[in-house]
Ligand binder design. Structure first.
Ligand code: ZN
Length: 390
């Protein structure tokens, strides 16, 4: 294993990897896993067999914090396809437009990359029962991987979580607790259960980031180690965007790519705390009101990795924007006409890319990868109501 320790993303405090913590005990900020990159370089440099291997999460084992690869809990996550949308790219004026279709993961969402790492780590920590707060996709994912590992899985979801996602978690044998009106309240409850009732906490913490960064590895690998101009990512907790930026920088550090892309993050109207903070150059303020949204998977009032998202956007000279419910559904149907059915939260990425092109933020001739995080079958109800309005 090339992971060496944990470091706080804000104050820089270091912790041992053996330490079962979820955030910095000094300042409360998210933690990050640090690696011995020279060690990784020795494994991947001039390793033709590795370069030829098909992309999947555990191809990148040297970038993951797992000590015994024989004990990995896997359902063959990752290896999702990168589709080029030739008709749409022409219509919208991009040189190349790709969709990384994360809905092809085992439970239908990008979360499986992180869950494989998190549940493997839970076994390393000898956990018997795990808890996770979720807007739905993480619930299904942790439930599947927990089931595979033989663990008891407890899910905390806010009221209004799409029933399809809960049914999926229940089918994997999870116990469901409905708590609070929004994700943030469910999250606080899961952290309380971990602290007071002995559950192993999973969710948007550092080990998940490590699994999620393989989205970036795969995109770059599938583009034959060429960097696209832009990668557009939906922001729920912000952990996926943060992870993608980390993965890109790791490949860059090792010389596997020559350039860095610009990263764009998208929130949905009404849940745009990070976009506002970035525009106004102010600290992130939690959203107070609950508003109706088609993008339930990213309806987060106070994204835990919001500050890390803003750092990634600034470092990459990228962009943050929000899109309306109407723009989201329109973009979803555009993807449908290319043969891709994604959940509304995923369609926000194309909606923002389209908007950025119209505003000239993305230049004509630039290449764009949009990350579609989940399968459309995850949220049939929202699609059904949008279609019945037409
Ligand atoms: Zn700290």
């Amino acid at each position: 294993m090339f992971a060496i320790h944990l470091v706080c993303t804000k104050c820089g405090e270091r912790y041992s990897l053996a330490n079962k913590i979820y955030k910095c005990s000094k300042c409360g900020s998210p933690l990050d896993v640090v690696y011995d990159y020279e060690g990784i370089r020795e494994v991947v440099e001039d390793n033709d067999a590795w370069f030829r291997e098909a992309p999947r999460v555990w191809k990148y084992w040297m970038f993951l914090p797992v000590s015994n690869l024989r004990k990995v809990v896997s359902l063959n996550e990752g290896g999702t396809r990168l589709y080029r949308l030739k008709r749409l790219e022409k219509d919208l004026g991009f040189s190349q437009l790709y969709v990384k279709n994360e809905g092809e993961n085992p439970t239908g969402a990008f979360k499986d990359r992180g869950s494989s790492v998190e549940i493997t780590k839970a076994l390393e920590f000898h956990a018997r029962k795990v808890v996770v707060a979720s807007t739905g996709n993480m619930a299904a994912s942790i439930s599947a991987y927990g089931a595979k590992a033989g663990l008891e899985v407890n899910i905390v979801v806010p009221e209004g979580t799409p029933i399809g996602k809960l049914v999926q978690a229940m089918a994997y044998g999870a116990k469901i607790k409905v708590f609070g009106k929004a994700y943030d309240e469910a999250l606080a409850e899961s952290e309380r259960m971990a602290a007071e009732e002995g559950y192993h906490l999973t969710g948007n913490y550092h080990f998940r980031v490590e699994g999620q960064k393989t989205t970036a590895f795969e995109i770059l690998d599938q583009l034959h180690f060429n960097t696209p101009d832009w990668i557009v990512v939906p922001i729920g907790a912000g952990t996926h965007l943060r992870a993608i930026w980390k993965g890109i920088n790791e490949f860059y550090k090792l010389g596997l790519i020559d350039e860095l892309p610009k990263i764009a993050g998208v929130q949905v109207e009404g849940y745009d705390a990070v976009v506002r903070a970035w525009r106004e150059n102010k600290p992130i303020e939690k959203i107070r009101k609950k508003v109706p949204t088609v993008a339930t998977a990213i309806a987060v009032k106070a994204p835990v990795d919001g500050a890390n998202v803003i750092n990634a956007i600034n470092e990459s000279h990228g962009y943050l924007g929000s899109v309306s419910n109407e723009e989201t559904m329109e973009a979803g149907l555009m993807l449908g006409r290319e043969g891709l059915f994604v959940e509304p939260s995923s369609a926000t990425a194309l909606a923002l890319a389209k908007h950025m092109r119209e505003e000239g933020i993305i230049d004509q001739g630039e290449s764009v990868v949009v990350v579609a995080t989940g399968n459309g079958l995850k949220d049939i109800k929202t699609w059904e109501s949008a279609m019945s309005k037409e």
